[in-house]
Structure formats: structure tokens, C-alpha cells
Design a protein around this ligand. Structure first.
Ligand code: NAP
Length: 525
């Protein structure tokens, strides 16, 4: 079976043999994809000329209704998405839910929020600015939906959520979408798009999908388009520096990789509730989706005196966690997505082992439950410990995109802040402590280099939303290595798909234009 691409309102198979999609447990081929000979320029032009205008004839509230219908279709087909997640990603039920249910929830969230923008077709930003003594000439800033296409180049680890969390704000803004999912797990995004297309919810050209290599896609982007990329820092650099993207100043949003930290405060010794909460969270982050989350905890920064206790507690939990074929109901950790990712994880672990001791796992030849190690792509959950702190190198630079984390010893607040910042910009850090002064100093020390900081003390306890859990009401993205992109944060996500412009003119003209606008105070609430 070769999955056809959906472009210019037609399903079209790419030519050639295509790339195989694989079951990472059995190694079996599931389907093939190819983008070869698909006219990507025409696909973009169709989206811009047909999909965009049709979407923008509608108001925000009407487009919010479309999102609600999409969410209903996705909900109706949820079981099939779980099946595909199991086959193509080796996902456990919990892994699939994180991706699929997270995606549907985000779509529903934007459907609800979009309705609050009501009948507007544009957004008004801020107050009227006076430019003359008599107020005969004034200025007003507006945000207008971009008249181009939104191109999503996504990572393999969130085929459902990645599509929904970008697609919902783009469509709500009135911008047509061309999705290019990562090849290894393209099937799930493909199936979702197929279901949406079959349900005939969106106007022609509002949604396209290309499965396989991006080929010459970036060559055809224009100044009115938006390129939203999620993936590794290396690919991000190539995308950002693409000649046409630079020449035409295409707006680019990058969500890249990240060496995220969880931090234990000096006040949190064994037995303290925040100690237990950190241990639980580290294990969850290492095991959910087999650690293949951009937000997963990679470094656990621990006061040197607590290093052994934390290592023992995490190792104890890992030792009772079953790893193997997710078709076995006892299994909690599935494989990584393919052999290439397995090799990349093992190579990364090898580097980390140069400067760390292994506290748990690390066996390249371990036996997963109900799976053949020769055919499957498992990585044993691995906990390492690094006593070198800031002097370590690989620990702060190498993202092992699998079930692995490293404890890093710190000596005092200044050292801790320097180590956290050594991630060179991260999506998220979480801090576990009951010392209000310590928490404040940490937040002041690391806030500018992190997109999100999660604080867990005894009062929040188990009610915190999770270190790695991205919620649509809050910012997702991070500076520096994390790509410097910004997604979600409620209606603020719409800013990516709008262009700011200011009208300077007589008040009557501005009043007329303002009548077409939704109230953007909602955007910043
Ligand atoms: P990747 O190898 O960088 O690929 C990401 C996407 O870029 C894929 O769709 C890939 O297509 C495409 N691509 C590769 N080379 C390209 C080129 N020259 N021009 C245009 N597109 C190109 O990343 P991945 O392995 O799929 O995902 C894992 C990484 O993503 C991890 O590092 C993780 O931290 C990061 N990630 C970040 C976030 C975030 O929100 N910050 C979320 C999830 C994942 P093909 O698959 O067809 O090659």
C-alpha cells in the first residue's frame, strides 16, 4: 500500500518505490510513502489561491465551528488512530493517548476559544494612537490573517498532536495548511487528514498533505507564507538558512530539540514529598513514549549530597517497569521509532558513558518482552550519574532521544543556575522544592533561557500538570537550542499566522475598519 498525497484537492500517489513505514516491534513493512513527482509549487499555489480566500470569507467564529467538526471526526476515529500508533510507532495505550487525545483536546480547545472572537475577520491590537493635536489624524494597529499558506514540517514523535496543535491556530486564523509529517510515522497524520477530507468539512485547498521527502518545498515559499518546523536542531539550522527562505524573509517558527532539566532543591531530602514527586516525574518522563518527547527530562540536577538517594529511588522504580511489545498489557515502555533512532540513542549513550556512571540499564543487548531484539528497535531505560557538573560536556550537549536521563550533581545555587543555563536554551525546566527563596532565585536565574518553568511544592503536590505535558493554554517553545519558536499560549498562537500593520488616517476610516475586527484583548488575557 502506498499512501497517496493530498494536494490541489486531489489524492495523488508519488512515483517510484517510495520509503517503507515500519512496525518498530516486528520490523514488518506497513505501507510506503513517496512525494516524488508531486508538484509542490502547484500545491502551495492552490492552497493560497483557493483555500485561503475561502477560509477568510468566514469569520473567526465560523472557522471555530469547523475546528469543532474536525475534533468530532477525529474523536469518532480515535480507535483507528490508536491502532496506527501501535503499529507504526510501537505506542502503548498511554503513549498513543498522549499524542492522539492530546491532539483532539487541543483542537477542541481552539474551537471553543475561537468562538470568543465572534464575528471578526481581522484583529485590532491596542488602543487608538493620536497623531495630531485635533485628533483628525490617528493610528491603529491591526493584525491581518496572512494571505499565504502555513507549511508544517513536523517531527516523527507527535504525528497527531503535532498536526493538531499547529493546524488549529492556523485554520482558525484563516490560513490554509500544507502538512508534511516526518516520514517514519506519516501514516497517522495521513489518516487524520484523510478522515477530515472525507468528512468534507473544509473548503477546497484549506488542507493538503505531502508524505515523504520535502524535496523542493522550501524553494516555493513566499513572503506571505509561514513555515512552522518541529524537529532536530540540525535540520532546523538547514531550514532556517535555506536560500529562498532567507531571500524572501519567510516567517519561520522553529521548535527544535532541548536538553531539559528537572531540579531538586537542597531542602528536599529522601522522604520529603517533593523528593518523591521528582522521582515519579523523572520515571514518567523517561518511560512515556519511550522518552521520545522534546520536553522530556534529560538532566536531573541534584544537590551533591542527595545524588545517591535520588539515583537509588529512580533505579528502584525503573527496575519494576516492563519494557517490550506494547501488545502485552503489562508493558509500560515500548520501542523507539526505528533502527536509525535506536542507533542514534545508543551512540548518544556511548558518549554519555564517557563522563558518567551507569546507575540503571545501559545494556545494548537487553531482552525486551515478547520481541526479537534483531528485528525490533528497543532501547533499555537508562539512568546515568555525572559528578562533573558544569565541567561535563556531552551531558549538556547530547540529546539522547529515548528513555534516558542523567543525574547531574550541583554545589550551591550559583552552580545550579550555571548548569541549567548550560542547556543553551530549553523548552522546559521543573523545580521541586518547598523553599520559597530558593524557588525565586532559580526562576530569576533561568527564566530567560526557558520557555516554561514548572514549580512543584507540597501545596501543588500531585496536581501539577507535568514536566513534559504541553497544554494549549500555555506557551510552548523555548529560546536558543530549543529553536526560539513560540506556539500555543491560547489565542496568542494566532499571532504567528497574522501580520501586524498600522493604519494612520482619519478616525472615520479606522472606525470602519475596526468594525470588521474581533476584540484582541482576548488575545492577551
Ligand atoms: P528531524 O530529523 O529533524 O526531522 C524533522 C522533519 O524535518 C521531518 O519531517 C523531516 O522529514 C524534515 N526534514 C529533514 N530534512 C529536511 C530538509 N532538508 N528540508 C525540509 N525538511 C526536512 O527530526 P525527527 O527525527 O523527526 O524528530 C526528532 C527531533 O525533533 C528531536 O530532536 C526532538 O527534540 C525534536 N522535537 C521538538 C519538538 C518541539 O516542540 N520543540 C517536538 C517534537 C520533537 P523526513 O522525515 O521526511 O526526513
Amino acid at each position: 500500500m502506498k499512501l497517496p498525497n493530498y494536494v490541489s484537492d486531489q489524492w495523488k500517489e508519488g512515483s517510484g518505490a517510495g520509503e517503507p513505514l515500519i512496525d518498530p516491534v516486528t520490523g514488518d513493512e506497513l505501507a510506503r510513502i513517496s512525494s516524488q513527482d508531486i508538484d509542490l509549487n502547484a500545491a502551495l499555489e492552490f492552497a493560497r489561491s483557493q483555500g485561503g480566500p475561502a477560509l477568510r470569507q468566514l469569520t473567526y467564529a465560523q472557522r471555530a465551528d469547523l475546528l469543532a467538526k474536525i475534533a468530532d471526526v477525529l474523536t469518532a476515529n480515535r480507535d483507528e488512530y490508536f491502532r496506527i500508533s501501535l503499529l507504526n510507532s510501537g505506542a502503548t495505550q498511554a503513549d498513543a493517548s498522549f499524542d492522539v487525545d492530546g491532539g483532539i483536546y487541543t483542537m477542541k480547545y481552539y474551537a471553543k476559544l475561537g468562538r470568543t472572537l465572534a464575528e471578526g475577520k481581522m484583529l485590532k491590537e491596542g488602543a487608538l494612537v493620536s497623531l495630531s493635536k485635533t485628533n483628525a489624524f490617528v493610528a491603529q494597529h491591526f493584525l491581518m490573517p496572512a494571505k499565504g499558506a502555513a507549511v508544517f514540517i513536523n517531527a516523527f514523535n507527535f504525528p497527531a498532536w503535532g498536526f493538531c496543535e499547529k493546524g488549529a491556530p492556523a485554520l482558525l486564523s484563516g490560513v490554509p495548511v500544507l502538512a508534511k509529517p516526518a516520514s517514519p510515522t506519516a501514516w497517522l497524520t495521513h489518516r487524520m487528514v484523510e478522515d477530515i477530507v472525507k468528512a468534507n468539512i473544509l473548503p477546497q485547498g484549506a488542507l493538503s498533505i505531502v508524505c515523504g521527502a520535502a524535496r523542493d518545498l522550501l524553494d516555493h515559499l513566499r513572503e506571505e507564507d509561514i513555515l512552522s518546523f518541529t524537529g532536530s536542531a540540525d535540520t532546523a539550522t538547514r531550514i532556517r538558512s535555506h536560500a529562498n527562505v532567507l531571500r524572501r524573509s519567510v516567517r519561520v517558527n522553529i521548535e527544535a530539540d532541548s536538553i531539559n532539566s528537572a531540579i531538586l532543591g537542597p531542602d528536599a531530602a529522601t522522604g520529603a514529598d517533593v523528593f518523591e514527586l521528582l522521582v515519579k516525574e523523572v520515571v514518567r518522563e523517561m518511560t512515556l513514549k519511550a522518552g521520545q518527547k522534546c520536553t522530556a527530562i534529560r538532566r536531573v540536577l541534584v544537590p551533591r549530597q542527595h545524588l545517591k538517594a535520588v539515583g537509588d529511588a529512580i533505579s528502584a522504580r525503573l527496575s519494576s517497569t516492563k519494557v517490550g511489545n506494547p501488545r502485552n498489557p503489562e508493558v509500560k515502555v515500548g520501542p523507539v521509532v526505528n533502527k536509525a533512532q535506536q542507533s542514534s540513542c545508543l551512540a548518544g549513550l556511548k558518549q554519555l558513558k564517557d563522563e558518567c556512571s551507569v546507575l540503571f540499564g545501559g545494556d545494548e543487548h537487553f531482552q525486551p518482552i515478547d520481541a526479537d531484539p534483531q528485528k525490533s528497535s528497543f532501547v533499555q531505560p537508562t539512568l546515568l550519574s555525572c559528578r562533573k557538573g558544569l565541567d561535563a560536556k556531552f551531558v549538556h550537549d547530547v540529546e539522547v532521544f529515548g528513555p534516558a536521563a542523567t543525574l547531574v550533581a550541583y554545589d550551591g545555587l550559583e552552580d545550579l543556575i550555571a548548569i541549567a543555563r548550560r542547556g543553551l536554551g530549553s523548552l522546559v525546566a521543573s523545580v521541586f522544592s518547598n523553599d520559597a527563596g530558593f524557588l525565586q532565585q532559580v526562576l530569576l536565574g533561568i527564566g530567560d533561557l526557558h520557555g516554561r518553568v514548572v514549580v512543584v511544592d507540597s501545596t501543588a503536590g500531585g496536581q501539577h500538570t507535568g514536566h513534559g505535558n504541553v497544554v494549549p493554554s500555555c506557551l510552548h517553545g523555548g529560546p536558543g537550542r530549543a529553536g526560539s519558536g513560540e506556539e500555543l499560549a491560547g489565542l496568542r498562537a494566532l499571532l504567528l499566522y497574522h501580520r501586524r500593520f498600522v493604519v494612520q488616517g482619519p478616525p472615520t476610516c479606522i472606525t470602519d475598519l475596526s468594525a470588521l475586527c474581533a476584540d484582541t484583548r482576548l488575545l492577551y488575557s
